[in-house]
Design a protein around this ligand. Structure first.
Ligand code: SAM
Length: 220
């Protein structure tokens, strides 16, 4: 996408009522108060690295009694998810453009019931390991913003990242409640797992297996 096209999308996105950006001076005031944006007290589910928000929107359609926030840094991707949510008139979806690294400044302890991470960048080199969204510093962050007995869900095509994540979660005391190494091995795929993101479709077209895990944070 060229620079003018990106600029146009950013301009449009700035006016969307369902997008909040870390650059807004009042964004930090939402810490602990996200439910006020939805005008109810329904549970809050986050999708991190949401890209075009495929999971966020699909989950919101499935669960009208829960609130969903898709988080990503890239404005033109957030634009797509936010636009779709507006077209579908979904009132239980917001998008937050932010660095995931800084989420503790925007969400209070135990504010989220679940976190989904779908197809995060694998950062395969040792040098890039810190940037993996399941690196220890991120697990500490998720533990903080998740409720006790909350759930972390990870979907990836990358076996090395999957094993790295499992290892890190176990070392940090998380309980692994589900581990599937090829979700499409069976024809009976759980509805929650059969939602396919932009990246998942690419990986499936390339013949890759899809891995899934679910974990519960350690007790504080
Ligand atoms: C490979 S894409 C996957 C997008 C989407 N989940 C999907 O499956 O189609 C990874 C996404 O993570 C986002 N991302 C990576 N690191 C991030 C960070 N530290 N903070 C916010 N977004 C991040 C990128 O902007 C990108 O959209």
């Amino acid at each position: 996408m060229g620079r003018p096209a990106k600029k146009k999308l950013r301009g449009e996105m700035n006016a969307f009522p369902n997008v909040i950006q870390y650059t807004q001076s009042d964004a930090k005031n939402l810490q602990g108060r996200w439910q006020s944006q939805f005008k109810n007290h329904n549970p809050l589910i986050l999708e991190l690295a949401c890209g075009k928000g495929d999971y966020t929107v699909a989950l919101a359609e499935l669960f009208s009694d829960k609130n969903f926030i898709g988080v990503d840094l890239k404005g033109e991707r957030i634009w797509r998810g936010a636009k779709t949510a507006l077209e579908k008139k979904l009132t239980n979806v917001l998008f937050f453009r932010s660095y995931i690294d800084h989420l503790a400044e925007y969400f209070s302890a135990a504010e989220a019931q679940e976190i989904w991470i779908t197809f995060p960048d694998p950062h395969p080199t040792t040098k890039g390991a810190r940037k993996r969204l399941t690196a220890p510093r991120f697990l500490t962050l998720y533990q903080k913003i998740l409720q006790p007995q909350g759930r972390l869900h990870l979907k990836t095509d990358d076996e090395a990242l999957f094993d790295f994540s499992l290892r890190g979660l176990k070392e940090a005391g998380w309980q692994i409640t589900e581990e599937i190494r090829d979700i499409y091995k069976t024809t009976d795929v759980a509805p929650l797992l059969s939602i396919q993101t932009t990246y998942e479709k690419r990986h499936l077209a390339a013949g890759k297996k899809i891995y899934y895990l679910q974990a519960v944070p350690p007790e504080a």
